[in-house]
Design a protein around this ligand. Structure first.
Ligand code: RB5
Length: 145
């Protein structure tokens, strides 16, 4: 199950990504926002990461104007590895190397066509399980101690 959320800056992009998820048979829960009215990206970062940390969802998609603010908020949660991606190389690398569980993008940065390809890459790339990557991810988590 995928958790998706956005603020007003990512709302239009979310509609395009939901269309991709629907067309490709992915199950998801949309945690809002539901319009382009100004709101706080922190609200949706919390809702989406809560869903992942509770086990309700296993991956998340977060969208704001740049992808940056919402990723900063998401990355405050231990166990969340949220990656801002602006191309498919980043999406593949962050799954393979960082075992990222949330992809973040900016509705004012990437077009819908590229964003959909980034999501497709993110969802279809497995973690490498490389020893060095497991070690580094463990070190990230230790930074929360
Ligand atoms: C909202 O205007 C904007 O600041 C937000 O969507 C995001 O880009 C923050 O990082």
């Amino acid at each position: 199950m995928i958790a998706i959320g956005c603020d007003h800056g990512g709302y239009e992009l979310k509609l395009e990504i939901k269309k991709y998820l629907d067309d490709n048979g992915f199950e998801y829960i949309d945690f809002g926002t539901d319009s382009t009215a100004s709101t706080d990206y922190t609200i949706y970062a919390k809702k989406v990461t809560d869903a992942i940390l509770s086990g309700e969802c296993d991956k998340g998609i977060l969208l704001c104007g740049t992808g940056i603010g919402i990723s900063m908020a998401a990355n405050r949660r231990p166990g969340i590895r949220a990656a801002v991606c602006t191309d498919c190389f980043m999406a593949e690398a962050t799954r393979s190397h960082n075992d990222a569980n949330v992809v973040c993008m900016g509705g004012r940065v990437v077009g819908a066509g590229l964003a959909v390809k980034i999501v497709d890459t993110f969802l279809h790339t497995d973690f490498s399980n490389g020893e060095r990557h497991i070690h580094r991810i463990a070190m990230i988590e230790e930074m929360n101690q």
